[in-house]
Design a protein around this ligand. Structure first.
Ligand code: FES
Length: 87
């Protein structure tokens, strides 16, 4: 799925960048150019970065991921709606 329409960046590219060591929105902006144009992908990209970083500060076995799961779905719908309106 394309997350950043302005730069044609997919969720897979963002995940690959996070898996390769990106830990902040700034890392993804530098590496992929996301959220630097209209900025509408910013909340979703931020959620991807936050969801990949354990909020409890240790290997929690997924408690952080499940806590962010519902938010991610809501934000995906919100970003899609915003992008559809912008098109
Ligand atoms: S959709 Fe990512 S900057 Fe516009």
């Amino acid at each position: 799925m394309i997350v950043c329409v302005c730069k044609s960046v997919s969720d897979r590219q963002i995940k690959a960048c996070i898996d390769a060591g990106a830990t902040t929105m700034e890392d993804l902006q530098i590496d992929l150019g996301v959220a630097l144009c209209c900025g509408k992908c910013g909340p979703y990209v931020q959620e991807m970065v936050t969801g990949a970083t354990p909020c409890c500060g240790r290997s929690c076995g997924g408690c952080c991921q499940s806590a962010h799961g519902e938010t991610t779905e809501v934000e995906v719908v919100t970003v899609r709606q915003e992008l559809a309106l912008a098109a």
